[in-house]
Structures are given as structure tokens and as C-alpha cells.
Design a protein around this ligand. Structure first.
Ligand code: WQD
Length: 367
């Protein structure tokens, strides 16, 4: 029995791979590595001591994906692969619709071809649009305010239609709030390309001296200190939520959406203060104007996931800060250094952990 993890070398994907391997699952990872590095998977193996298969595959390449299913007995899929920058999606909508939606269509067709009808989909709280009613529950009306959010909404609708056409499908739609933090080993973490869009990696890069100061996007919201309030959830809690959803989809049929959040909101300045207290680092900041498209307050009602998945977030904001800082301070340039080495810029990584097959799309992560 193997779980296929698409986008498994990314931030949430790699953390979920760690928890899947630790829980005894066999996994197969596919990723096109356009927004992540193979080094993250080498470290997943280092953390867990377990070997697994990786295929460098773009979901748009149906023939390559068919080969993965033909070579492995897949029982369920956790689908992370997709572009996720709100700003980039506004600039490049066609690229986002093609990559995220067509990629998911190809995945579902190949799953159907091989009789695999269990899927956990990486959705987002962004499908609630400019929802001002908090805490946010799953039955609230859905809308999207940008192409990225619309791809998540459209994929949710596609998957609902798929179930209506064939009730043998079992589908969990996981709506993430604000993922933050890192595995406590300091070996894996969030490694955004370029200047971070999201708050926590921006803060850690200021602390690491890569960025000068934080711009706080507005302090005129109706919140405790005027700055935006969000439901920050530790990425390990998020990963464990995927394992709980996987257990459910393997045991039942149907399609259900679940909020993965803590149910607790923190303001931007509360997060900055928590980070400074926990790490002893100072985070200089300037208050600037609101970021277009932002809402003031957003946090989850996570009771449905607790009730139906038996899952609840356990890690607090302090742990998110300390784990994020451990990752960033241990890896000032993210995975880049190791990736340069692996690309032959320096000494090759130890062959025992990164052996390549004779096919250029398959890499065995292990001895
Ligand atoms: C959080 C708060 C900002 C950066 C986004 C996506 C969402 C999901 C999570 C994928 C807001 C403020 C931020 C900065 C700031 N991604 N902020 N200065 O916008 O809640 O959600 O990431 O699923 O889809 O929309 O997260 O981290 O960008 O912002 O003041 O440099 O921090 O205004 O109040 P957001 P964020």
C-alpha cells in the first residue's frame, strides 16, 4: 500500500511526508521541482530514516504520471502540487488555471484509470473570499477574490462533481488557514522563492538579516491593535491533519470539506512580539498602507475536523516562532546551498541518500 504525494517536496508536502513515513506508510512522491528543491526530500529521509521513491514529474505530463501508477501500487493520493502565490496568479492567470486545474484533471483521470478513488486535496481558506464573519465554518458561502483562490474553488467543485458521477470516490477538501513553523529538527521548513509574500518567512528573513525590516500592511483594521488578524497553524499540526483525513477517506466514501486551523486569531504585531520574545531577536518594522485584497480578520471554526477527523491543532504560536527560527537560522539561504552542491557546484551529496536510476525521471531517496 503506498500513498502518492503530489508536490511532496514543498513546504507542507515535505512535512506531511515526514509524518506519513513516521506513521509507517509507504510513500511515492511526484514533484516537478519548479517551486521546491529535491534537497527537502533528502532531509525527509534524514529525519525519518525511511527510504521512498521520488519521480520528477509534472502533473501536466499524463504519460509520465501513468508510468508512476503503472510502477507502483497506489492506494490514495494527497494532492499538494500547484502554484500558490496570490499576487503571481493575478499577473499570470492563464498559467495558474492551466497548471492547477489541468494538472488536477490529469491526476484524477489517471487515478480513475488505475481505480484509485481516495484523495485528500490541499485547498485553502482563500475559498471563503472576503468573509468578515468569524469564526469561519465550512458551510459559509464560498467565493474567491483572485485567480489562485478561484483555482482552489474550481477544483473543489470539480471533485464534488466527480463524486456525484461516481459515489465510489472518497474525497477530503482541506482548507488551510495560515501555515507557519517548521519541523523541530530545523532540517526542513518554508523556503519561498524570492521575497516572501507570507508573514512568518518575512519575519524570519528579517531576523536572519536577509531583509531590512518588516512592512506591516495597515494598522487601521478593527482588531486588537489595528493590524490584520490571522489563524496561524503549525505546519506539523497541518501535516497531521492530512493523516487524519487520509484515514477517513480510506475508510469511507463521499466528499467533505474541513477547516484546518486553530480557531485562535493573532494579529501581525502579536506575532512579531511573540517572535521577539521567543527568539530574543528584534524585528524592526514600519506601518505601511493596507495590502490590496487583504481582509482584517480571518480565523477558523475547526470543530468539524475535530468531530469528524478526530484532529485538533496542538502547537501554539510560540512553538511556531521557535521552530521557524531554528529552520531559518540553521539554513540562512534555505535549501539553496545544498542544491548548489547537488548540482555539482561543490562536493556531491553522499551517494547513499541520493541515488539516481538510469531513467532521468526517477530518483530513489534512500540507500
Ligand atoms: C498574513 C497577515 C498581511 C506579509 C495567504 C494566502 C492564503 C494562504 C496563506 C495559500 C496579513 C500581513 C503579511 C508582510 C504584513 N496561502 N502581512 N506584512 O494573506 O492571510 O494568506 O497565505 O493557501 O491563500 O492568501 O497570509 O502571510 O500573506 O498575511 O503585514 O510582509 O500578515 O496583511 O494581515 P494571508 P500572509
Amino acid at each position: 500500500m503506498a500513498i502518492l504525494v503530489t508536490g511532496g517536496s514543498g513546504y507542507i508536502g515535505s512535512h506531511t511526508c515526514v509524518e506519513l513515513l513516521n506513521a509507517g506508510y509507504d510513500i511515492v512522491v511526484v514533484d516537478n521541482l519548479t517551486n521546491s528543491r529535491l534537497e527537502s526530500l533528502r532531509r525527509v529521509r534524514e529525519i525519518t530514516g525511511r527510504d521512498f521513491k521520488f519521480y520528477k514529474v509534472d502533473l501536466l505530463d499524463q504519460e509520465a504520471l501513468i508510468r508512476v501508477f503503472a510502477q507502483n501500487k497506489i492506494d490514495a493520493v494527497i494532492h499538494f502540487a500547484g502554484h500558490k502565490s496570490v499576487g503571481e496568479s493575478v499577473r499570470l492567470p492563464l498559467w495558474y488555471y492551466h497548471n492547477n486545474i489541468t494538472g488536477t484533471l490529469v491526476l484524477c483521470k489517471v487515478m480513475e484509470k488505475y481505480g484509485v478513488k481516495n484523495i485528500v486535496f490541499s485547498s485553502s481558506a482563500t475559498v471563503y473570499g472576503l468573509q468578515e464573519k468569524v469564526p469561519i465554518a465550512e458551510e459559509l458561502p464560498l467565493s474567491a477574490t483572485n485567480p489562485y483562490g478561484r483555482t482552489k474553488l474550481m477544483i473543489e467543485e470539480m471533485l464534488r462533481d466527480l463524486y456525484l458521477s461516481d459515489s465510489n470516490w472518497s474525497i477530503a477538501l482541506l482548507r488551510y488557514f495560515n501555515p507557519a513553523g517548521a519541523h523541530n529538527s530545523g532540517l526542513i521548513g518554508e523556503d519561498p522563492n524570492g521575497i516572501p509574500n507570507n508573514l512568518m518567512p518575512y519575519i524570519t528573513q528579517v531576523a536572519a538579516g536577509r531583509l531590512k525590516e518588516l512592512q506591516v500592511f495597515g494598522n487601521d483594521y478593527e482588531t486588537i491593535d489595528g493590524t490584520g488578524v490571522r489563524d496561524f497553524i503549525h505546519v506539523v499540526d497541518l501535516a497531521l491533519g492530512h493523516l487524519s483525513a487520509l484515514t477517513k477517506v480510506m475508510a469511507t466514501t463521499g466528499v467533505e470539506a474541513y477547516n484546518l486551523g486553530t480557531g485562535r486569531g493573532y494579529s501581525v504585531l502579536e506575532l512579531v512580539k511573540a517572535f521577539e520574545t521567543v527568539t530574543g531577536m528584534r524585528i524592526p518594522y514600519t506601518i505601511t498602507s493596507r495590502r490590496p485584497g487583504d481582509i482584517g480578520i480571518c480565523y477558523a471554526n475547526p470543530s468539524k475536523a475535530e468531530r469528524e477527523l478526530g484532529w485538533v491543532a496542538e502547537k501554539g504560536i510560540e512553538e511556531m516562532c521557535s521552530d521557524s527560527w531554528r529552520w531559518q537560522s540553521n539554513n540562512p539561504n534555505g535549501y539553496l546551498e545544498e542544491a548548489k552542491i547537488a548540482a555539482g557546484v561543490g562536493a556531491a551529496p553522499s551517494p547513499r541518500t541520493l541515488s539516481r536510476s538510469n531513467e532521468d525521471f526517477f530518483v530513489y531517496i534512500g540507500r
